[in-house]
Design a binder for this molecule. Structure first.
Ligand SMILES: [Zn+2]
Length: 451
């Protein structure tokens, strides 16, 4: 096991690698100045219950005492339990210890932290309980409790599969579009269905649940352009390419800007994907326009078929669905939040999936295999499926729905998704199970009973 600490300098940070080896002599710290290392030893004695063990510890020379204390202490405890030897995972202890022994974490720069973890092949991030859980993270009140979490983690994940893959196969995003994102298997599969069938998808959940991470991988999933679609995209973009376009709708863009130009700005997403992060921060008129465009599939004289992938928090305080943060929004406030996003738009998503920060100890670190053949197969059937319609699937839908009332639009979207699932799996017809799966992939907070 390899333990890292983290040091923030201005707007960036670095990982602090702590290396340890057993020695036959006394406890030594290498890398720091004499003065710094003797002060670190003093601090360690204050927290480490026994005499310092016979170890040689190497730390980066620029490490500050405050930032290096907690990771070194964790290394000492791990050595005691032989934990460093039995596991090859890289672990980040993101935090410092305060005077009472509590683990306290600096506010994370999410993007930077994710990048650093990816580069170092970090499998687990341990943070204090003072911040919302970060991606791939668990929060612990103290170093002692993080040690027991590490034990459980090492036992459940004996091999660092992610790191092995990186060195063995040099996986690229093209080979694994979800490279570096652990767990979230259902959400990854849902995104594949959405892209394959050009169905609008919404991820919602608290910060750190991975919704923006997944959204940003959409491009790697998009299949190459073919046939008539490629011609249309060529006409709109003015250049020949087989690469599917990707358009990002930034929060704050105006409705005029989206529709402006010839061809209109938004038509540049035709044939590819439209990413809408922070859906609740988009202008109301923009959300209305998005809803309309999902009906017309046309803007002016230009065709408009794309996979719309959107993300939003679940409530105003953003903590809805966060097991480590308390959402104090009342049911009425949550309803109001979703009402402001707008039911007409929400009703047009085929998939609405709640994401929760994945408890890694219970999750899986297996890589997710994107079935490119299935993706192409679903795509190639799209025009046939559109002609057929989904009316023949309504009886099966009614069976799944039992007696609950839903709109005709929901019926159509659920059946379309079930058809995509069947095509993805290469099955002749839609089974009851597929319909149930499709149905379960559209649940809004009001259907989930959070409170
Ligand atoms: Zn809330």
């Amino acid at each position: 096991m390899q333990i890292y600490g983290y040091q923030r300098t201005g707007f960036t940070g670095t990982l602090l690698q702590v290396q340890a080896s057993r020695t036959s002599t006394r406890f030594t710290i290498r890398g720091l100045s004499l003065d710094k290392s003797s002060r670190l030893k003093q601090d360690l004695r204050a927290y480490y219950q026994a005499p310092l063990p016979k170890l040689s510890i190497q730390v980066p020379p620029y490490a500050s005492l405050e930032c290096i204390l907690a990771p070194v202490l964790l290394v000492l405890l791990c050595m005691e339990k032989n934990l460093l030897e039995i596991s090859n995972h890289a672990i980040l202890l993101y935090g410092t210890i305060d005077i009472s022994g509590t683990l306290v974490s600096p506010p994370p720069l999410q993007r930077e932290l994710t990048q650093l973890c990816k580069e170092a092949g970090i499998s687990l991030v341990i943070t204090g309980e003072n911040i919302p859980t970060v991606h791939n993270g668990i929060s612990c009140p103290s170093i002692a409790s993080s040690l027991s979490q590490l034990w459980r983690f090492a036992l459940r994940h004996p091999e660092n599969e992610i790191q092995n893959k990186e060195t063995d196969k040099k996986q690229t995003l093209e080979e694994d579009p979800f490279y570096g994102i652990l767990g979230l298997q259902e959400a990854k599969q849902a995104l594949c269905y959405a892209v394959a069938g050009e169905l609008p998808l919404l991820f919602y959940g608290p910060p750190g649940s991975g919704k923006s991470l997944l959204l940003n991988r959409t491009k790697a999933l998009l299949p190459p352009l073919k046939g008539e679609r490629a011609q249309e995209v060529w006409a709109i973009q003015g250049k020949h390419s087989i690469e599917s376009p990707l358009l990002r709708l930034e929060a704050g863009m105006s409705q005029q800007k989206i529709l402006a130009g010839t061809p209109p700005w938004i038509s540049r997403a035709h044939g590819g994907a439209l990413l809408v992060d922070e859906l609740s921060n988009q202008k109301p008129k923009v959300r209305t326009t998005l809803a309309q465009l999902l009906d017309t599939h046309q803007v002016g004289d230009f065709p408009l078929h794309y996979s719309m992938v959107a993300a939003t928090n679940g409530c105003r305080c953003a903590n809805l669905g966060n097991p480590h943060g308390i959402c104090r929004c009342t049911q009425a406030q949550i309803d109001q939040f979703w009402g402001l996003i707008g039911w007409p738009l929400l009703d047009r998503f085929a998939i609405a999936l709640a994401l929760e920060p994945e408890p890694l100890l219970a999750g899986t670190v297996e890589a997710f295999h994107v079935d490119r053949k299935a993706m192409e197969h679903v795509r190639s059937l799209q025009s046939v499926r559109k002609q057929e319609g989904v009316a023949h699937l309504f009886p099966r839908y009614s069976k799944v729905m039992a007696h609950t009332q839903r709109s005709l639009r929901r019926a159509k979207l659920c059946c379309s998704l079930a058809q995509v699932i069947a095509d993805w799996e290469g099955k002749e017809s839609v089974t009851q199970e597929m319909m149930e799966k499709a149905y379960s992939l559209y649940l809004l907070p009001k259907d989930r009973h959070y409170h």
